[in-house]
Design a protein around this ligand. Sequence first.
Ligand SMILES: [Zn+2]
Length: 189
Amino acid sequence: MASRGFLDSRTLGETHHRLALNVFMVIVLAHWAEHIVQAVQIWGLGWQRPQARGVLGVPFPWLISSEWLHYGYALVMLAGLWLLRGGFTGTSRRFWMLAFGIQLWHHVEHLLLLIQAQTGRPLFGQAVPVSLLQLVVPRVELHLFYNTVVFVPMVIAVYLHLRPSAAEAAKMRCSCRPSMAPLPAPATL
Ligand SMILES: [Zn+2]
């Protein structure tokens, strides 16, 4: 029996969807928590912005100063959203793909930041690389916002995915699918 590769869409989207989803959500949550900690450092503790580097960025400042790393993470997140989409059905899939669409834009912003850092030519005559929406909102606030508006539809999608109606469950092919014992009729609210 030929075994399928890890990145085969049926591996991540079907047979190991639950496991892959759990691992991915932990990574995304940890990253988002770093943005929250950074916000608390600035607005709760009154730290100067250059010193407010979250938890890992305090002992490892290069983690936060490397545009390569920010871009790499944005790309990994985009890839994860794409690779895991196969398991989602119905409404949960729409929320998941909404998160993917927003992350696609967030990733473009990081690509622009990376290009500016590599060429040494910040856009719009700025002193440092800037995101497009940073012309309106400062970087810390903007990227906290970006990570939040990607995370929220992801959580909704996962919540709906793990609590499917009978009709949704019947369409699911992934490892999150409830046991196929006769399912109760969908609850009426
Ligand atoms: Zn699943």
